[in-house]
Design a binder for this molecule. Structure first.
Ligand code: NDP
Length: 334
């Protein structure tokens, strides 16, 4: 059972040296436990927080131990009444080929209408995050102008499309022309800005948002966010979903100053949120997302890295923008 362990906590940018791949015996399930063979593993930006030794909404990963991840897999052996071999399940597994988990922590995946991997993005946690941020926190209204950062990622690409469905003008900010083209040509975004190649980002946002910005779906922080803040209108909202540009910053880093350009005159409401706090909404949200996917109103894309041995590279790639849509690792264990 090849699995990844955290070997040390990084300072600044994480590197391949922070992880090690070990080969251990396949674990045996105990009472009420289930042995699952991983098919798709999700690597996510919040995992950078789990590499730190500080308390957050997700516990720090212990050094030396296998690291956990949301994953979809197939039941190999079950001592839990709700599951039998061959079932496709979703759960908090490990960066590993096989995992033993308590059956009560597993969910059955609907294999009917969409590929099972979508349970890790558009029909899973990132999709729900996108919905909570735009609808519940962002309170989008038809006619609003919505700006989304990390717009071609798992959360951002869904958030922008939900805002489009709600009747908004949607502008995406991303770091590659190929991603910008995907947003405008395939997902129906009204405009897209490449923050890496645009000299004056604030002017580009002004250009794309002639009536200002009603909702900023914040995934990034730093200079991208400063540029959007310049254009918030009266009673605008900022849904603070994440700040990936700051995740590798250490205390005292200049990037952590801010928000530098938030003015009281616009009466902007800035609200951070954590998707797991909104579990009472999940049945409703899941039904909405699934319907939109079935109706072809919600598109998705995956960047799939093959092989457990490449999982750490897939994770590190999130910080370079390697992924378009959801970054997954596909595992084909014997
Ligand atoms: P993504 O699929 O969006 O992948 C991360 C993307 O972020 C990269 O592809 C890259 O795209 C962009 N990025 C990386 N570094 C930078 C940088 N320095 N400056 C600007 N952009 C950068 O990941 P997710 O969709 O999983 O997550 C998106 C955000 O949502 C994250 O901030 C994450 O922490 C947050 N999140 C929050 C949740 C909550 O409950 N609040 C739940 C889930 C996610 P590009 O090429 O465009 O730069």
């Amino acid at each position: 059972n090849r699995q990844w362990r955290l070997t040390e906590r990084p300072t600044g940018e994480p590197t391949a040296d922070n992880f090690e791949l070990t080969d251990d015996p396949i674990p045996e399930p105990g009472p009420k436990e289930v042995l699952v063979r991983t098919e798709y593993l999700s690597v996510d930006p919040y995992m950078r927080g789990r590499m730190r030794d500080s308390q957050s909404y997700a516990d720090p990963w212990p050094v030396g131990e296998p690291m956990r991840a949301r994953a979809v897999g197939t039941v190999v052996e079950s001592n839990h009444a709700a599951f039998e071999p061959g079932d496709t399940v979703l759960g908090n597994l490990y960066w590993a080929e096989y995992a033993v988990v308590d059956g009560t922590d597993l969910e059955t995946v609907d294999t009917g209408t969409a590929p099972v991997s979508t349970a890790l993005h558009v029909l899973g946690m990132p999709g729900r995050t996108a919905y909570v941020g735009t609808v519940d926190i962002g309170e989008v209204e038809p006619g609003d102008t919505v700006v989304v950062s990390a717009a071609a990622g798992a959360v951002g690409s869904v958030a922008g499309q939900i805002a489009r469905i709600a009747g908004c003008r949607v502008v995406g900010i991303t770091g590659r022309d190929e991603k910008a083209d995907w947003l405008t040509d395939d997902l129906g975004f009204d405009a897209a800005i490449n923050y890496r190649t645009t000299d004056d980002l604030s002017a580009a946002v002004a250009d794309a948002c002639s009536r200002g910005v009603d909702l900023y779906f914040e995934n990034v922080g730093g200079e991208v966010t400063d540029a959007v803040m310049d254009h918030l209108v009266d009673h605008s909202r900022v849904a603070v979903c994440g700040k990936i540009a700051l995740y590798n910053a250490e205390n005292g880093d200049d990037r952590l100053r801010g928000p530098r350009r938030l003015h009281q005159r616009t009466r902007t409401r800035v609200e951070g949120f954590i998707v797991s706090d909104h579990a009472d909404r999940f049945d409703h949200i899941n039904a909405r997302l699934r319907r939109w996917v079935e109706e072809d109103r919600l598109q998705y894309r995956e960047t799939v890295t093959d092989g457990i041995e490449n999982a750490s590279d897939a994770f590190l790639g999130l910080f370079d923008g390697t992924n378009i849509g959801k970054q997954l690792v596909r595992i084909d264990a014997d």
